[in-house]
Ligand binder design. Structure first.
Ligand code: GLP
Length: 244
C-alpha cells in the first residue's frame, strides 16, 4: 500500500494495530505484537502513544516481543533497543512490564542458545505473533536476519553485515564502537506471524523495496521471503515505492 507520506502511512499502521488490540479486547484475548526498532517505526509508536492518551487505547491485553537487540548491550545503554522501546512506547502506555520482551543483550555467550529457544517457546505458548511490525535494512535484512539467512532460521546470535554496521555507525560514533553481533528473531518465527506489516520510507529504500517485492525470492534479500507470506503488507511512501 502506497501512501503520500510516511506520516499518513504510520497513522494507518497504528490504526490497524489499534483495531486488532480492540478486537482482541472484545474477545477477552491477549494481543501478541512483534515490534521493530530503527527510525522507521518511530512515528508509528508516537501515534500509538497518542491513541492511548487521547482516545483511551489500552495496552493491558498486549504482549510484545521485539525482533532484536545488539549483543553485547546493557539495557540502559544509550543505543539499547530496551531503552528505545521504553522511551518511545512502553513508558507512555499502560502495558504491564512483564508483558514486553526484548532479547537480552547481557547474557553470557554460552547461555544465548537456550535463551533464544525460550524466547521462541514463549511466543509459541501464546499461539504465535498476531501482528509483526518490520522495517527493512538497506541490504534487505528483516530484524537482524542478514543476507544469507535461511527460511528456517531460528532465533539466534548473528554477525552483523558490514553494510548494517556502517548504517548504524553514526549512532555509535564510529564503526569501531558499533556492535559486531546481535540477537535476532529468526525468519521462521517472522514467517509464522499471522499478519506482517513491513514499513519503509524514503528513496534510499526504493531499490531494496523493488528487489524485495518484484525480485526473486532469495536468501540474498531476506525481505523477499515475505512474498510467500499469506498476509503481509508493505506500507510505503512515495519515496520508497518510487522504483516499483
Ligand atoms: C536495524 C534494525 C531493523 C530495522 C533496520 C532499518 O537493522 N534491527 O529491525 O528494520 O535497522 O532501520 P531504519 O528503520 O532506521 O532504516
Amino acid at each position: 500500500v502506497i501512501f503520500e507520506t510516511s506520516e499518513v502511512a504510520s497513522k494507518a499502521a497504528a490504526l490497524e494495530i489499534a483495531t486488532l488490540i480492540k478486537k482482541k479486547q472484545d474477545a477477552n484475548e491477549m494481543c501478541v505484537l512483534g515490534l521493530a526498532t530503527g527510525s522507521t517505526p518511530k512515528r508509528l509508536y508516537a501515534e500509538l502513544v497518542r491513541l492511548h492518551r487521547e482516545e483511551g487505547l489500552s495496552f493491558k491485553n498486549v504482549i510484545t516481543f521485539n525482533l532484536d537487540e545488539y549483543y553485547p548491550m546493557e539495557p540502559d545503554a544509550i543505543h539499547s533497543y530496551v531503552r528505545f522501546m521504553k522511551e518511545l512506547l512502553f513508558n507512555h502506555v499502560d502495558i504491564a512490564p512483564e508483558n514486553y520482551h526484548i532479547p537480552d543483550g547481557t547474557l553470557a555467550k554460552e547461555d544465548i542458545a537456550d535463551y533464544c529457544k525460550e524466547y521462541e517457546a514463549k511466543i509459541d505458548a501464546l499461539g504465535g505473533i498476531d501482528l509483526q511490525i518490520l522495517g527493512i535494512g538497506g541490504n534487505g535484512h528483516i530484524g537482524f536476519n542478514e543476507s544469507g539467512s535461511l527460511p528456517n532460521s531460528k532465533t539466534r546470535l548473528v554477525a552483523l553485515d558490514h553494510i548494517t554496521r556502517v548504517a548504524a555507525s553514526s549512532d555509535f560514533q564510529g564503526l569501531n564502537n558499533t556492535p559486531k553481533t546481535a540477537i535476532t528473531l529468526g525468519i521462521k518465527q517472522i514467517m509464522q506471524a499471522k499478519q506482517v506489516l513491513l514499513m519503509a520510507w524514503g528513496e534510499g529504500k526504493s531499490s531494496i523495496i523493488r528487489e524485495s517485492v518484484e525480485g526473486p525470492i532469495t536468501e540474498k534479500v531476506p525481505a523477499s521471503y515475505l512474498q510467500e507470506h499469506p498476509n503481509s503488507i508493505f506500507i510505503l511512501d512515495q519515496g520508497s515505492s518510487s522504483q516499483l
